[in-house]
Design a protein around this ligand. Structure first.
Ligand SMILES: Nc1nc2c(ncn2[C@@H]2O[C@H](COP(=O)(O)OP(=O)(O)OP(=O)(O)O)[C@@H](O)[C@H]2O)c(=O)[nH]1
Ligand SMILES: [Mg+2]
Length: 601
């Protein structure tokens, strides 16, 4: 597999080694490891007790993971099937990105009640079934716990997944939480993530026309806007508290087939080829910078360094003048917006209660609980989400414009003051820095995976940025955009969850013997209280999310700055070894000929 990519990699790797730059050599090693063991990500999702962990035990062929009728899985548990010959190994991945070896007993214990400092648990086992590939299966807790304690499932794991297996228990059917969950999943995932539906514990002798099965299928396809591949897993009756592990060979066969499908393999090949070109671009940038610095005379070099420093100052200023104020304003205005949202929700529901008639008590309570609370809060939160999105898109645009102006100014200075030969070289440096989609993809992939001590989650097939035009800075904004999209989804999910907590407003009033007007008044009070609770929870969550987003934006700005610093560094430390530079340039040209051009198709 990936033979073509490996051949190109070998050529670029030689060039990378030749540069002698540690950062480039590290990138090359990282890429080599990834290409030899490409991984696929499969995430199990679904309400608590839908049987996710039991299905995985069935897959493993033994009770390796803890299950219970109570909410049982408290941590994210990763099962890694690796081609390397290793016995079962248990680890905890800690918040600081290091891995700690665990005994089997501790592994089970922490999967029930994870310690604060554990990010996820990790069980590694050998399997020859997947050839050179690694299969990484993620077991997750139910929805409530995901929203409250494991937001990284929404923000990190799902966007990286190739396949999501969504498990619904036949007896329970689709509940409000499933609605919310599937809704936000569908917002986050891209078209290259496959959604597989499992209807679990289907009673024996259930035929194709089973009402519940069809109802679950219909609800899910309505939410996703397509019909997902669906598997029915039969219920195994319990005897003496023991039952055989579920067999769903067709499900696992399908997962394997999907991972090895031509479509997925092509995607993998295309992505890795892109990273190999990214590595080449990194080498090329370094070599051309060196060569240009060599050719420029002192005054040219001084002018360029001055312009670069100027750009860095502008980028630094943008942090205080654009990023900080934008977030400050957002944090300032969100409370009043959310407060208005709260009033609107309360107003709409109170109006409904006021208009109700005696005899409709039951109907109204049900309507409020099953429909109005979710509907009205979603409407309001969506508006706030749009608002945040608009403001942050605007911020992005401002920063891009600023960067564009800087680069134009530098190009102009070069044209004015440089000789023809050095002008083209000097401009080349910026072209390399600016339009380098592939290099940015590789660095992004590296940062997310290896940047976390190798314990990160990053799917090689998914980090290749698409070419979105040659405009300076464009490629950066995609990363910010992804982060923004998942944060906005998370805000929606938090809100839906907070409403879920307020559900069952006024049910107890139904059994109380009070006159209708008193009943209306009490129900309104309950609604107000429930919605206020929702408001408080959502406000805290949005503030935290905005803070995270701000940090992310500032980090991105720092990365841009460090990109420009690298150019200054390579210009300042002139290499007087002309021979070495010539050798590098010859090798660069030969490598370019050997690997050809990357096509984005
Ligand atoms: N009788 C019977 N019990 C099952 C079957 N599948 C799951 N169970 C039981 O259902 C309960 C819940 O299953 P789990 O696998 O822990 O559910 P889960 O989705 O992982 O739940 P959380 O980890 O809380 O999200 C456990 O007590 C299982 O033993 C089945 O096919 N037959
Ligand atoms: Mg579980």
């Amino acid at each position: 597999m990936l033979e073509n990519v490996k051949r190109k990699f070998d050529a670029v790797n030689k060039l990378a080694q030749k540069t002698g730059v540690q950062e480039i050599i590290d990138l090359s090693k990282f890429l080599k490891d990834r290409i030899s063991h490409p991984d696929s990500f499969v995430a199990m999702l679904g309400e608590t007790s839908s049987g996710k962990t039991t299905l995985l035990n069935g897959f493993l062929g033994g009770n390796y993971l803890y299950t219970s009728v109570q909410p049982s899985t408290g941590a994210i548990v990763e099962l890694e099937f690796t081609p390397e010959d290793v016995p079962y190994q248990y680890y905890a991945i800690l918040q600081n990105a290091t891995a700690a070896k665990l005994s089997k007993e501790d592994f089970i214990e922490y999967s029930k009640t994870p310690k604060e400092n554990i990010k996820r648990l990790w069980m590694k086992t050998q399997s020859a079934k997947y050839g050179d590939c690694k299969l990484r299966l993620f077991d997750t807790p139910g929805y409530g716990s995901v929203i409250e304690k494991h937001e990284e499932i929404l923000t990190e794991f799902l966007p990286e997944s190739n396949i999501i297996i969504y498990v619904v228990c036949h007896r329970v059917g689709i509940q409000q939480d499933d609605y919310n969950f599937i809704h936000y999943v569908s917002e986050i995932i891209t078209e290259d993530t496959e959604f597989v539906l499992v209807i679990n514990r289907v009673p024996e002798n259930t035929d194709k026309d089973n009402k519940r099965v069809n109802e679950i299928k219909r609800y899910v396809s309505d939410m996703l806007h397509y019909k997902p591949q669906t598997f029915l897993v039969p219920n195994i009756p319990c005897e003496n508290d023991e039952y055989p592990l579920p067999r769903c060979d067709d499900l696992w066969a399908y997962i394997k087939e999907s991972i090895f499908s031509e479509k997925h393999q092509k995607q993998l090949e295309k992505s890795f080829e892109g990273y190999v070109f990214g590595l080449f671009d990194r080498c090329e940038a370094y070599i051309t910078q060196k060569a240009a610095a060599q050719k420029m005379d002192q005054s040219e070099s001084d002018i360029l360094i001055k312009e670069l420093k100027n750009t860095i100052t502008q980028l630094e200023n943008a942090k205080d003048q654009l990023v900080e104020p934008t977030f400050e304003k957002l944090v300032d205005i969100i409370p009043s917006k959310l407060s208005r949202a709260k009033d609107n929700v309360i107003g709409a529901i109170h109006k409904k209660i006021d208009k109700s008639n005696k005899g409709e008590e039951q109907q109204i309570v049900v309507y409020i609980n099953t429909h109005m609370l979710q509907f009205e809060t979603k409407k309001q939160v969506d508006e706030i989400r749009f608002y945040i999105e608009a403001k942050l898109t605007e911020l992005n645009k401002q920063i891009e414009d600023m960067l564009n102006q800087c680069v134009q100014k530098i190009e102009h200075t070069i044209e004015l003051h440089f000789s023809v030969e050095t002008a083209n070289m000097a401009k080349g440096i910026f072209k390399k820095y600016a339009g380098n989609v592939l290099e940015q993809s590789l660095l992004g992939y590296f940062k997310q995976f290896a940047g976390r001590g190798g314990t990160g989650i990053a799917n090689g097939a998914k980090h290749l940025l698409k070419k979105v035009g040659d405009l300076f800075g464009r490629t950066f904004s995609r990363e910010t955009h992804n982060k923004l999209a998942s944060t906005l989804s998370k805000i929606g999910a938090t809100s839906a969850k907070a409403v879920g907590m307020a559900v069952a407003v006024g049910i107890e009033l139904l059994s109380m013997a009070v006159d209708f007007v008193t009943w209306q008044g009490s129900l309104k009070k309950k609604v107000t209280k429930g919605v206020e609770k929702w408001h408080d929870e959502v406000l805290t969550a949005i503030k935290d999310d905005l803070n995270d987003l701000k940090k992310e934006n500032l980090t991105l700005q720092d990365e841009r700055i460090s990109g420009f610093r690298k150019i200054i560094d390579s210009m300042s430390e002139r290499d007087n070894n002309d021979e070495r530079i010539d050798e590098l340039i010859t090798m660069l040209d030969a490598t370019r000929t050997e690997i050809g051009e990357y096509s984005y198709e």
